[in-house]
Write a protein that binds this ligand. Structure first.
Ligand code: GTP
Length: 266
């Protein structure tokens, strides 16, 4: 009995490790809908992380903020990923909620702080006081509510106004399960165009079914980690010596425009 219980525990631990250990760079939702075109961690990051004398100090932490209109599904997305649950009932977030997810990225411990903010106008000034220092800005909209898409630029503008360094930006369509394939395609065209204008990576997910959720967070963590290590290296020096080989540090994340697939962006 005890043996089988510890076997189950071990299995669960292995699964948790598999979920949170990232060695390969996770792909975007679509290669067309991202300004982040790299296929792997930056070579400087791989090199410094595999060195026994890696100069990175302390635990790596990045802050991700989740923004968007009321009831678009911010809390549901965070809860689906962090606690593997989905609640049909709506409970408004008051101010902000906070979660920390621990990853092992190319064998380096990394914490992603997830700040789930309130969409309701009356809590906005509390929520916006948490925007500062975000390395990731995730703007969410409800795929079944085009109004929520039209407010995304405003949400992003407010987040960027509080941050001096350029964050990694995601535009995330939620509640994918509520749309038929053809209805979804129509929304995707508009959302992908907006993502391009905002310099954001586009994703569509469902917290109810879990579709795309794990992949999204893996991608978010990997991009945030890569950027964070590059920034550390830049601050340490523009050149870090590993053994006798000097390691050149590239500038932070290069952003490129992505194809809009022949669509008209309005
Ligand atoms: N069908 C479906 N419903 C969803 C999904 N995600 C969220 N919901 C529902 O949408 C409603 C709002 O979800 P929340 O996660 O509370 O929304 P929120 O953006 O955190 O809301 P605020 O805290 O007020 O800003 C709830 O009733 C959820 O059950 C989804 O993927 N599919």
């Amino acid at each position: 009995m005890l043996e089988s219980r510890s076997a189950v525990l071990k299995l669960m631990q292995n699964q948790a490790c598999k979920d949170r250990c990232i060695d390969r760079f996770p792909p975007p939702f679509s290669r067309q809908f991202t300004p982040y075109r790299q296929h792997d961690f930056s070579s400087a990051v791989r090199e410094v992380c595999s060195s026994p004398r890696q100069p990175l100090s302390g635990l790596k932490i990045s802050k991700a903020i989740f923004l968007g209109d009321v009831a678009v599904g911010k809390t549901s997305l965070v809860n689906r990923y962090c606690h593997k649950v989905f609640d049909r009932n709506y409970k408004a977030t008051i101010g902000v909620d906070f979660e920390v997810e621990r990853f092992d990225i190319i064998k380096i411990p990394f914490n992603l702080q997830i700040w789930d903010t309130a969409g309701q106008e009356r809590f906005k000034c509390i929520a916006s006081s948490y925007y500062r220092g975000a390395q990731v800005v995730a703007v969410l909209f409800d795929l079944s509510n085009m109004y929520s898409l039209s407010h995304c630029a405003q949400w992003l503008e407010e987040a960027l106004a509080c941050n001096t360094l350029q964050p990694i930006i995601f535009l995330i369509g939620t509640k994918r399960d509520l749309l038929s394939s053809s209805a979804y395609k129509h929304v995707e065209e508009k959302a992908a165009c907006l993502a391009k204008q905002l310099g954001a990576e586009y994703w569509a997910v469902s917290s109810r079914t879990g579709d795309g959720v794990h992949e999204l967070f893996q991608r978010m963590a990997a991009l945030a980690f890569d950027m964070s290590v590059l920034r550390d290296l830049n601050t340490l020096n523009t050149t870090v010596s590993i053994g006798s080989q000097p390691l050149s540090v590239k500038p932070t994340q290069k952003k490129e425009n992505f194809k809009c697939n022949g669509l008209h962006c309005q």
